[in-house]
Design a protein around this ligand. Structure first.
Ligand code: G6P
Length: 498
């Protein structure tokens, strides 16, 4: 099955809303504002499949360069400066303090860590007064600004519109839009885990949890990465929203006369897009730069630097491996592609420092002038990371909890070495790659070390079989499958409205 080609939505207008937009602006050293394609699979998924429809993408202006680019725009609306991103951009600007409260504090601290079951990291913020402040004056207001922008888009066109919302930054938006547009078609996909209701209860005050669940019930379709996440949502509605009716069999919620269908659509990648990048000139150049670093055995990881990815534990497991297997010394290199993330938050900066310290200690303890046990790239360079993934013998994905983890799938798509995936049982990707990987519980340092050893020494035929299975899985359940399933459900919905 190919993952190319267009899908069509039976709507005349598509309005997508996300926190991070599909185009990022940045300033050159000379102070010029330039643009580049925003990172991430969602941008690829949405732009490559729905460009037939008249589309607008609403997002937040995140940086000074974004704000500057907007100065030249009328009402915040700009044509996309990037050829294959065929959408109008409508970037929303809010005061910086409000944005920090929304993005740093509520989204990337309270919600991110609550939903990844890291209460301790979320909890510092919990002092009630501060939580109410960042919720009311940050999250709520930014959600309102996004909803207003989407509402203006709907109102400005006399046609059948579909609104697609993404992720945890925008939980209140669908409810706000529904108030203004009772019959507009609306869908939201949540990329991160959805904990069971007792966990929500133990993390957040009931009024905030209630706002979150109610906010999402403005959607016609609500998509999650796994069945478990979708079930937890339904069960949460039952627990928190008294006047909602939940059908577990039909997987829908009826709330104030409106129905929300709750589904799971595991996100994936486009194998052909990944290979195109690897085989491009830039990809080939990147591969040439990686080759001299390769050793007899090559372990790799690619992660944004943040606590849920469990990067430090992964390196400690590698340390254990080196401790237990002196025969691997000098013959093994761990290539780590680490992407700085959300550095405006102290917690993320601290984890960054902790990670670098662990790497340094291991390199000092075992390395010598001829051998660096861990070779680190700290940069956001997708081409280099993908090019390198062709060569791994072992790919470590040991997230504590992960909505999906696309690195596991990217590795399976591009590796040419019968490389073995060592995969966290608590990642969403495990549901698709269980039979194509060596499973670990990410908390177990010894277990991870053993799994790494097993993966490095697995007989050739077994490596081949696992790699084949992994490749087959991502070829079959690809990004297009993800998009098709959602679009089919949306089209059914739109048809039932006619
Ligand atoms: C996760 C989230 C996305 C987010 C991405 C990068 O994958 O699900 O919504 O865009 O991380 O995080 P950032 O804060 O840099 O946008």
């Amino acid at each position: 099955q190919t993952d190319n080609g267009q899908l069509s939505i039976d709507a005349d207008r598509l309005i997508i809303a996300t926190n991070r937009g599909p185009v990022e602006y940045f300033k050159t050293k000379e102070g010029q504002v330039k643009s580049r394609r925003g990172s991430g699979g969602v941008v690829t998924a949405l732009t490559s499949t729905v460009s037939k429809v008249n589309s607008t993408w609403v997002a937040l202006a995140m940086t000074d360069a974004d704000r500057e680019a907007l100065k030249a725009a009328q009402d915040g609306i700009m044509p996309s400066p990037i050829k294959d991103i065929d959408v109008r951009l409508r970037y929303v600007t809010v005061p910086k303090t409000m944005y920090r409260k929304h993005y740093d504090m509520v989204s990337n601290r309270v919600l991110w860590f609550t939903q990844h079951y890291l209460l301790e990291q979320a909890a510092d913020i919990i002092p009630f007064k501060q939580l109410q402040d960042i919720w009311n004056n940050g999250y709520y207001r930014v959600n309102k600004a996004i909803a207003d922008a989407v509402n203006a888009e709907i109102a400005s066109q006399d046609s059948k519109a579909l609104v697609m919302l993404h992720d945890y930054h925008l939980y209140l938006v669908s409810g706000m839009i529904r108030e203004q547009h009772p019959s507009v078609a609306m869908q939201q996909f949540i990329h991160i885990p959805w904990p069971e209701h007792r966990y929500w209860a133990s993390s957040l005050p009931t009024d905030i949890t209630g706002d979150i669940f109610r906010g999402l019930l403005g959607n016609d379709i609500l998509g999650f990465q796994t069945r478990g996440d979708a079930h937890n949502f339904l069960d949460g509605v039952r627990a928190f929203i008294e006047d909602a009716e939940v059908s577990f069999d039909e997987r829908h919620v009826t709330f104030h006369g409106h129905q929300t269908h709750v589904r799971d659509y595991p996100i994936s990648i486009s194998v052909s897009d990944e290979l195109r990048l690897v085989n491009s000139n830039a990809g080939k150049r990147a591969a040439e730069n990686i080759k001299p670093l390769l050793n007899k055995y090559n372990l790799m990881r690619v992660d944004r630097i943040e606590p849920t990815k469990n990067i430090v534990q992964g390196f400690l497991a590698y340390e254990t491996l080196l401790e237990q297997h002196p025969e691997l010394h000098g013959q093994t290199t761990f290539l780590a592609f680490l992407i700085p993330s959300r550095q405006s938050l102290p917690l993320y900066r601290e984890y960054h420092d902790e990670t670098m310290k662990a790497i340094e200690q291991i390199n000092q303890k075992y390395g010598n002038k001829d051998w660096e046990p861990i070779h680190t790239f700290v940069q956001n360079d997708r081409t280099t990371a993908l090019a390198a993934l062709q060569f791994y013998d072992v790919l470590l994905v040991n997230s504590l909890i992960d909505g999906m983890n696309l690195v596991a799938k990217e590795g399976a798509a591009v590796n040419r070495n019968d490389g073995v995936l060592v995969l966290s049982r608590s990642s969403g990707a495990f549901q698709q790659l269980e039979n194509a990987s060596i499973a670990i519980s990410p908390a177990g340092r010894n277990e991870t070390a053993e799994a790494l050893y097993k993966a490095l020494t697995l007989p050739k035929e077994e490596r081949h079989e696992l790699a084949e299975r992994a490749h087959h899985e991502v070829e079959t359940d690809n990004l297009r499958t993800w998009m098709t399933q959602q679009i089919n459900d949306i089209n059914d919905l739109l048809k039932s409205r006619d």
